[in-house]
Design a protein around this ligand. Structure first.
Ligand code: HEM
Length: 193
């Protein structure tokens, strides 16, 4: 597989997540996570495997058509093609990782890394760009809806039964909620996460 620039999943130099595996288990329990969700996510991974470019086209159109969102990819007020293109490759990989990776310590540590990349701690550093310093917290949470609603059209594409599509969509919703909330960590006062 060609190396994706800035994608450091599993890199031993990454910081350990301050959220523990035990915290993660309780979060999954809170989200009514089940073995079925894992099965459905793997199924979604197969369905989405060859559609990630189309998924990203749609999401980038969505971000690109809203000035207040595109703002986070700008340098000196103009969208940075270099930045948008670099993030796009890692975003595509994330779609597959969300579905296929085991949610273990390695996964948790990379969620912490992505969290920092959305926050002043590390935004812009990976792609060496001089963009705005933070993605405001409120939009991270708001993104859960569009990222969930828009995936449905791609989940139906391979002719799976309505029940399986529903199962995949539900599991996707839980997984996106789980990751987005893990990415909120750097935005929350110490001891309040
Ligand atoms: C980075 C997904 C919220 C803008 C990324 C990456 C992914 C991702 C997968 C690349 C991670 C990596 O480096 O491996 C998501 C998801 C979100 C979310 C699932 C919420 C559910 C947002 C919002 C914005 C945004 C609201 C604002 C428009 C960016 C930017 C980067 C990025 C600018 C690059 C950060 C850097 O400098 O490294 N996002 N994102 N994201 N996202 Fe998000």
């Amino acid at each position: 597989m060609e190396q994706i620039k800035g994608y450091s999943y599993g890199d031993s130099a990454l910081d350990k997540s301050p959220v523990t595996m035990q915290d993660l288990e309780l979060l999954k329990k809170t989200l009514l996570w089940s073995k079925d969700d894992e099965r459905y996510l793997n199924m979604a991974g197969k369905v989405l495997q060859d559609q990630t470019d189309q998924v990203l086209d749609l999401w980038y159109n969505y971000v690109g058509s809203q000035e207040h969102l595109l703002h986070y990819f700008t340098v000196d007020g103009k969208p940075s093609e270099h930045y948008l293109a670099a993030v796009r490759e890692r975003f595509k990989q994330w779609v597959l990782d969300l579905c296929n990776r085991p949610y273990d310590q390695t996964w948790l540590d990379y969620q912490y890394e992505i969290a920092k990349r959305h926050h002043t701690t590390k935004k812009n550093k990976t792609d060496k760009v001089d963009s705005v310093p933070i993605i405001h917290f409120r939009y991270i949470v708001a993104f859960i809806y569009p990222i969930t609603a828009t995936i449905k059209d791609f989940l139906v594409k391979k002719g799976d039964s309505p029940q399986d599509v529903e199962g995949m969509h539900n599991a996707w919703f839980k997984a996106v909620t789980l990751t987005a909330l893990l990415w909120c960590y750097p935005f929350v006062h110490q001891g309040e996460f």
